[in-house]
Design a protein around this ligand. Structure first.
Ligand SMILES: [Zn+2]
Length: 357
C-alpha cells in the first residue's frame, strides 16, 4: 500500500503540522517515499454519528444490503464512526466491509409490548425479565445496550416510563458487570430520575430534563445525545396523534423546551455528543445538520465539532489522529470550528487509510 503524506492545520490542536499514513494507520513520524495527497486546509478525525440506526428505514427493518447503503450514505456525509443505537437486524457482517464506516453496535432495543415502534425491539412481557435481556444484548453488541426508557402508554394517553426503578438498578449492574454501557431513549420527564439513579451511562434525546436532573447527570458524567434534528419532528408527531391530545400537547412542549435544555446541559458540564437518529423518520447522512443544530442551541463551535469528532471518539474508545490510530480522517478547506458547512464538501476522506473521496 502506498504511504500517504498530509500537511495542514491538525485538529484538535489547531497548529499547522504533518502526518503520514501507512498500512491504514496514522504515523506522526515521516514515512520515506510517501505521496503528498493533501497540502493545506484542516485535517480532523472522521466525524462520529453517536445515535444512528443502520438496518432501520422509514418503513421498518431493511435487509443487509440496504443497511450497507445506509452506512455508505452516513460515510458520504462525513461520519466514519457510528454508534448504532439499536438495530432490528444483525449488522456484524457490515463491520467487515472496508468501505463502510466503523459501527459500534448496541444490539436490539429492549422494550415492552405496545411500548415502542412495532417490530424493532425485543419486547418483554414481564419487565422483570430486563436484566436477563440486557445480558443477552450485552453479549450480542459491541459494548452498548439500548433501552427504551419511556414511550406513549395508550392507556393513559401520555409518555410514561417502561421499567420499575429496582429492575433498572439490577439491569444496568448486569450490563456493567459484562463490560457494556447502557443508554436509553427518553423523551419525557418521569423516566429520567430512575435511569440516572440506576447508573445509566447516556441519555438519548433527553427533552424532559430538568435543572436538577441535569446537575445529577453532570455529577455522574452521564452523557447526553440530544438528536435535535429528530426533536424538530416532534410537532409533526403531535399533529398525527389526534387520539391522544395530552401526549400531543406534551410533545409540543418538549419540542419548545429542547434548545434551553441543551443549553442548560452544556452550562452544567454534561458531556454532549452529536447524533442524528437516522434510520426511521430521519434520513442517513445528516451528521453535519446536527452539528449546525447544536450550534444554534448555543453550543460553541469548537465544542460542537469536538462532540462530532475527537471528543466523541474518545468517549467511544476509538483514537483520533495519534500515532498508530486507524487513519479515518477528513480534510476540509476552511476551519470547521467556525464554519461547520465546510464539512459538507471535504476535499478528501480517508477511511482505514484508503481515499474514499
Ligand atoms: Zn433512535
Amino acid at each position: 500500500m502506498t504511504a500517504l503524506h498530509l500537511r495542514g492545520v491538525l485538529l484538535p490542536g489547531g497548529e499547522p503540522g504533518e502526518l503520514w499514513v501507512l498500512d491504514g494507520l496514522v504515523r506522526t513520524e515521516p514515512v520515506p517515499g510517501a505521496e503528498t495527497v493533501a497540502d493545506g486546509g484542516y485535517v480532523l478525525p472522521g466525524l462520529v454519528d453517536a445515535h444512528c440506526h443502520v438496518g432501520l428505514g422509514p418503513d421498518g427493518p431493511v435487509g443487509l444490503e440496504e443497511a450497507g447503503e445506509q452506512a455508505r450514505t452516513d460515510r458520504d456525509g462525513g461520519a466514519l464512526l457510528i454508534r448504532d443505537c439499536g438495530s432490528p437486524i444483525d449488522t456484524t457482517l457490515l463491520q467487515r466491509q472496508a468501505d463502510l464506516p466503523r459501527i459500534v453496535r448496541a444490539g436490539r432495543h429492549l422494550a415492552r409490548p405496545k411500548r415502542y415502534i412495532p417490530a424493532l425491539g425485543v419486547e418483554l412481557d414481564d419487565p422483570g425479565l430486563l436484566p436477563e435481556a440486557v445480558a443477552e444484548q450485552a453479549r450480542a453488541g459491541d459494548g452498548w445496550v439500548k433501552l427504551v426508557g419511556d414511550w406513549i402508554d395508550r392507556e393513559i394517553g401520555d409518555i410514561a416510563p417502561l421499567w420499575p426503578d429496582d429492575v433498572l438498578v439490577e439491569a444496568i449492574a448486569v450490563a456493567h458487570s459484562r463490560g457494556a454501557r447502557v443508554t436509553a431513549h427518553v423523551f419525557g420527564e418521569d423516566a429520567l430520575p430512575g435511569l440516572i439513579g440506576a447508573g445509566i451511562d447516556c441519555i438519548e434525546h433527553g427533552t424532559g430534563l430538568s435543572d436538577d436532573v441535569v446537575d445529577e447527570m453532570a455529577r455522574r458524567a452521564v452523557a447526553l445525545v440530544p438528536t435535535l434534528i429528530n426533536v424538530e419532528t416532534f410537532p409533526a408527531i403531535a399533529d398525527t396523534a389526534t387520539r391522544y391530545p395530552r401526549y400531543a400537547a406534551h410533545m409540543r412542549a418538549l419540542h419548545a423546551r429542547a434548545p434551553a435544555i441543551v443549553s442548560a446541559a452544556l452550562d452544567a458540564g454534561v458531556p454532549v455528543y452529536v447524533g442524528t437518529d437516522a434510520g426511521g423518520g430521519i434520513a442517513h447522512g445528516r451528521v453535519v445538520d446536527e452539528i449546525v443544530a447544536l450550534r444554534a442551541a448555543g453550543m460553541d463551535g469548537e465544542r460542537a465539532l469536538a462532540a462530532a469528532s475527537w471528543a466523541a471518539r474518545e468517549w467511544l474508545d476509538v483514537p483520533g489522529l495519534v500515532d498508530g490510530a486507524p487513519a479515518d480522517l477528513l480534510v476540509v478547506d476552511g476551519d470547521p470550528r467556525s464554519d461547520p458547512d465546510v464539512l459538507r464538501t471535504p476535499s478528501m476522506v480517508l477511511l482505514r487509510g484508503v481515499v474514499v473521496r
